[in-house]
Design a protein around this ligand. Structure first.
Ligand code: GLN
Ligand code: ZN
Length: 761
């Protein structure tokens, strides 16, 4: 899965001792570490596979770091970050810095080496990896520290200092970046066996002495600024958590004899109120690092608008105390537009990736200092004007249709229990119907067929017949397994968003627009640049073909509007909900065409609905309202007898269960098995659910094959809280990443468990 929207304000920075001469007041919060062509990814994977040495890996890393530093330096950036590189994750780097290695990795002390580091990140032959979770509302995943009262801390990774020195040796004085102590603790979880009530913040006194050592060493090496990232400050914090910030920095000040926090940096893109708050109460005498260039998307900045924001902030902070910055680390955007050969010049002129954003930041700083590059600003204004007026962006018809949706509601006419009755008359399914989520294993052969078709190496005929053959194989397997509602296996799809984006208008695709998702994994989000419409049916041919191969119901399989939105780079010239409504209208057409083609069950995946939830609780209701509305738009027009399914990934639905109910799908399949059945507790506590529901009965992320007994046990647990006639039996998610040797026995056991329980009812 993919992408972005700006989060965390970046850090307060400490202690300016000297100022770099000759450079304008410009700063970059952080930079992508993968490299313009994912060099780090390939180096890491080759090292993990034993195909290259640690020295080979280190060489790639050193080269990447130096080219990034040099690039920023040459662009004229004054405050260049260091320690933003990572072999895996910056939170894990902090865990290493603090020596907070969980016991199971049997680390014996000293400096943490690559082997312990990667064991924590990825697990090893005997010990599983540490947990990974999403970084705020981005698609970046970090390794969650596991801390408890017995965790011993020691200064065990000198990476921050060695990176600082490495840059210095290149003649570049950098600002070392550290994750601040309070955010580090608030991003942690209590270690296994530690009481849930354990206060992670109680460890503050134990980690500050290590920060003190790091700061002392950085100072000794010559660092005059240190950046502490404290992104948790953007969340809804209680008084106790807020107090931890004040005391941590007061203590750090005493411990390190720093002159206190000298500068504050803010994301001025994402937080709607930040700018007003700064204007009304910025402390005097402090530097203001103004994050005006969006680090979370790929659009060229509106330089004139940013410049006027900056000029208004000069009044607040003072002319000599204002620094132009990015809204957050640029690691959440693509690396360099230079490598885009597929995009046409017009679209390219509207974009700025990380490398281009560095130049924008510097241009703004120069303009503030009275050295405005008129030609650069004029070119930017022209690009913006072309984007505004381009007929490729605007589609009057779509605009009108989307505008007509606002203010009105969209719901199916009949209530869900009456619909389920009407559907059952037609579908005649057994009790506890079995199904899967959509994809079947994507074999090497299948990927080759798709790749060769795309490269025009095989003909359309050859491609269609290969895919048909695959579908018929998948259909046969499901019939043999005796699954009730079938899927076609999605062999024609590379990715659940890209497949639709490529067929919708208003989308563009990059060749190298990768963004790190976790470890060596990257995603390449599509770019939504214009009004979205669906010129032609996208899935009807395949679904019809698949249905013709079986007498059992075949699910039509679509990606929902909210998921398409959340996993793309979204245009910033209209509100997100407007773009979402447009996608909803396009998917609605597809739903209705599938229905007309005789497909009786249609699944509209909203895998990413939960992850689009804003960070602030006060913004939840608004998001959920338009997101759920968008979903309903897609299927409000179908007949009662057409069964609409949806699917959602990720645990933690409990806080949005009422919105899920409000989606009004006939059946929802939902990831469940990794969340300690937390989902079921909602129903145990009395939430009434009347539609069909299939909480996943086994985890598809693991190669482990679940036994019949354990699945039966799961189903029984579900039956204890859900009515027999609404429960469905299915895996957690799609089977794309699994092998047939895992999928067949797992589904065999799933069906036997279901049959066993049916006889007991
Ligand atoms: N239908 C998709 C599949 O099975 C759903 C994937 C997902 O939820 N991430 O692959
Ligand atoms: Zn899923």
């Amino acid at each position: 899965p993919p992408p972005p929207r700006p989060p965390p304000p970046h850090p307060p920075a400490l202690l300016p001792r000297s100022t770099v001469q000759g450079k304008m007041a410009s700063h970059i919060v952080g930079y992508p570490r993968m490299g313009p062509k994912r060099e780090l990814k390939f180096a890491l994977e080759s090292f993990w596979d034993g195909k290259s040495s640690a020295e080979d890996l280190e060489k790639v890393a050193t080269d990447l770091r130096s080219s990034i530093w040099k690039q920023m330096s040459e662009a004229g950036i004054k405050y260049i970050p260091s320690n933003t590189f990572s072999y895996y994750d910056q939170v894990l780097d902090t865990t290493a810095m603090l020596g907070a290695v969980p016991e199971r990795y049997s680390w014996t002390g000293g400096e943490i080496g690559l082997s312990t580091y990667f064991s924590m990140a990825r697990g090893n032959a005997t010990v599983p990896a540490m947990e990974m979770t999403k970084w705020f509302d981005t698609n970046y995943h970090f390794i969650v520290p596991e801390l408890g009262p017995r965790t011993k801390f020691s200064y065990a990774s000198h990476k921050a200092v060695s990176e600082y020195k490495e840059a210095k040796a290149l003649g570049i004085d950098t600002v070392p970046v550290l994750i601040g102590p309070v955010s580090y603790l608030l991003l942690s979880k209590p270690a296994k066996g530690v009481e849930k009530s354990f206060s992670l913040l109680s460890l503050l006194g134990s980690i500050l002495p290590i920060y003190k050592e790091v700061v002392a060493e950085l100072k000794a090496a010559g660092a005059s600024w240190i950046q502490f990232d404290e992104p948790t400050l953007v969340k809804d914090l209680d008084a106790h958590e807020l107090a931890a910030f004040s005391s941590a920095y007061a203590e750090l000040e005493t411990l390190t004899s720093l002159s206190g926090v000298t500068a504050y940096g803010f994301d001025l893109i994402r937080g709607a109120k930040t700018l007003d708050l700064i204007r009304s109460s910025f402390p005097s005498g402090k530097y203001l690092f103004a994050g005006v260039v969006d680090g979370r998307n790929i659009w060229a900045d509106d330089l004139a608008a940013s410049l006027s924001t900056l000029q208004s902030l000069e009044v607040v902070a003072g002319k000599d105390k204002l620094v132009v910055s990015t809204s957050c680390s640029l690691m959440h955007t693509a690396v360099d537009l230079v490598n885009e050969t597929k995009l046409d010049d017009e679209i390219k002129s509207w974009l700025a990736f990380a490398a281009q954003k560095v130049v924008e930041v510097n241009a703004l700083a120069k303009a503030l200092a009275g050295q405005k590059d008129e030609a650069y600003f004029a070119a930017n204004a022209a690009a913006l004007a072309s984007r505004k007026s381009s007929p490729r962006v605007t589609n009057e018809e779509v605009q009108k249709a989307a505008a007509a949706l606002k203010g009105s509601d969209h719901r199916r006419a009949t209530n869900v229990s009456a619909r389920l009755d009407a559907q059952q008359k037609k579908l005649n399914l057994p009790i506890l119907p079995t199904t899967t989520i959509g994809s079947f294993p994507q074999t090497v052969e299948l990927r080759r067929v798709r790749r060769e078709y795309k490269a025009k190496k095989i003909s359309e005929e050859e491609y269609v017949s290969a895919i048909k053959e695959e579908i018929s194989k998948v259909v046969k397997i499901q019939e043999e397994l005796d699954i009730d509602v079938l899927v076609h296996g999605e062999p024609e799809r590379n990715d659940m968003v890209e497949y639709f984006g490529e067929q919708l208008s208003g989308f563009a695709f990059t060749a190298n627009g990768w963004v790190q998702s976790y470890g060596s994994r990257c995603v390449k989000p599509p770019i939504i640049y214009g009004d979205v419409s669906r010129p032609n049916p996208m899935t009807v041919f395949w679904s019809k073909t698949a249905q013709s191969m079986t007498s059992r119901p075949m699910k039509g399989m679509l990606t929902g509007p909210v998921t398409i939105l959340n996993w793309s780079f979204v245009r910033n010239d209209q509100p997100r909900f407007e773009t979402c409504y447009q996608i909803a209208l396009a998917i609605k057409k597809e739903v209705e065409d599938l229905e007309a083609a005789g497909i009786q069950v249609i699944q509209i995946d909203e895998a990413a609905l939960r992850e689009g939830l804003p960070l602030r609780k006060s913004e939840h209701a608004f998001y959920l309202d338009w997101a759920v509305h968008s979903f309903r738009i897609t299927n409000c027009g179908v007949q009662d007898t057409t069964q609409i399914h949806t699917h959602m990934c990720y645990s933690n639905f409990n806080d949005i269960i009422h919105s899920i109910i409000d989606m009004d799908a006939d059946v929802i399949t939902i990831e469940n098995s990794r969340s300690d059945e937390k989902l079921l507790s909602v129903f145990r506590e009395g939430v009434k659910y009347g539609a069909g529901i299939g909480p996943g009965v086994y985890d598809i992320h693991s190669p482990r094959i679940p036994t019949t007994e354990e699945i039966a046990d799961r189903i029984n647990k579900m039956l204890a809280v859900l009515d027999t006639n609404i429960l469905w039996v299915n895996p957690d998610c799609g089977l794309k990443t699994r092998k047939y040797t895992e999928v067949k026995p797992a589904l065999t056991n799933m069906v036997s468990a279901t049959k066993l329980i049916r006889t007991q009812l």
